[in-house]
Design a protein around this ligand. Structure first.
Ligand code: UFG
Length: 331
């Protein structure tokens, strides 16, 4: 089976391509390299790389038809909550308008399966934790709103046109390929674990803890961190499930365990053995106090089991990669 992976040169996309290749799939990556990395592709030699945009209908139609593609995994999107609040326009353009152009091409080509990279941001401020998939969907930022808009399009496209899909709602993706070939290289970098590790390397001045007055045990935000390779493995399971006739579905992906910002920094100090300068700052607008997943549904229905669930391993694999690539892929 041949799979088209959009955004396959990005962080979660590249780790998923590696798992797809390992599972024996043929893979074509389509990435415009706006935030993806050509050098990530060097470690994914079995995959065919096409530099291009998902909005290029002719290109996408030709790829789907000529290569006999039977499934699309769609990662190509913008994904920073704060950036989306400050500037929603590129979020609607990329995540909705371009995404729908891709979906149209999929429909026209009769591709039967679609796996969508969604997010916990579709839930908004949780009413209870752990969050289950039937929790109310009330995104509090344009990033979550655009991902939800695409999820809804998938639901209606399935009903009308029979495209079978799985939406995977990630909590906080973190860590790096345990083989050390792939890692996290966002520009700009805003995520907690990369910044903490860059501070440990001395290439980032120090971490600001965004808010110390939350209603949590130590006053800082609690998040559910999930290893990127465990996320990647879930995509392969999702595709296999659709191939096996499972109906369309939505699944959370997290470890069902929350860590506060202070706990993350403490674990990073232990793992790296380095000093990590920290200062306390104001809350970051739009941050819920606690986000923890229930992943019961995907465990039960797809048999997903995380292999790298503990925070030491998540941070340890990221640390290995940053030590070798302090400035990211191109260095
Ligand atoms: N944080 C700090 N200081 C920093 C950076 C982050 O204290 O310099 C805190 C944040 O306030 C938050 C936690 O660390 O409480 C994690 O923040 P990240 O920026 O690493 O991740 P987010 O929780 O904001 O967002 C991530 C993804 C989103 C996704 C969301 C779902 O980036 O795409 O998880 O949980 F929607």
């Amino acid at each position: 089976m041949h799979v088209l992976v959009t955004g396959g040169a990005g962080y979660i996309g590249s780790h998923t391509v590696k798992e797809l290749l390992r599972a024996g799939y043929k893979v074509t990556v389509l990435d415009n390299l706006f935030r993806g990395h050509r050098s990530a592709m060097q470690h994914l030699r079995g995959a065919d790389f096409i530099q291009g945009d998902i909005v290029d209908r002719e290109l996408v139609a030709e790829l789907l038809k000529n290569r006999g593609i039977r499934a699309v995994m769609h990662f190509a999107a913008l994904s920073l909550v704060g950036e989306s609040v400050a500037n929603p326009s590129p979020y609607y353009q990329n995540n909705v308008i371009k995404g729908l152009a891709l979906l149209e091409a999929v429909r026209e080509a009769g591709v039967p399966y679609f796996i969508f990279s969604s997010t916990a941001a579709v839930y908004g401020e949780p009413e209870q934790v752990p969050i289950e998939e039937n929790h109310a969907l009330r995104p509090t930022n344009p990033y979550g709103a655009t991902k939800l808009a695409f999820e809804e399009a998938l639901r209606w496209y399935d009903k009308a046109y029979g495209i079978k899909y799985i939406c995977l709602r990630y909590f906080n993706a973190a860590g790096a390929d345990p083989d050390g070939e792939l890692g996290e290289d966002h520009r700009p970098e805003t995520h907690l674990i990369p910044l903490v590790l860059k501070a440990a390397l001395g290439i980032y001045p120090g971490v600001t803890v965004f808010g110390t007055d939350y209603p949590t045990p130590d006053g800082t935000c609690v998040r559910d961190y999930i290893h990127v390779t465990d996320l990647a493995a879930a995509h392969v399971l999702a595709l296999q499930a659709l191939e096996g006739g499972l109906p369309s579905a939505v699944y959370n992906l997290g470890n069902e365990r929350g860590y506060s910002v202070r706990e993350v920094i403490e674990v990073a100090r232990r793992v790296t053995g380095r000093n990590i300068p920290v200062k306390e700052g104001d809350r970051r607008p739009g941050d819920p106090a606690v986000l923890v997943a229930s992943s019961r549904r995907i465990r039960k229905e797809l048999g997903w089991r995380p292999c790298y669930g503990d925070l030491e391993t998540i941070i340890g694999t990221a640390w290995e990669w940053y030590r070798l690539h302090p400035e990211g892929y191109e260095n």
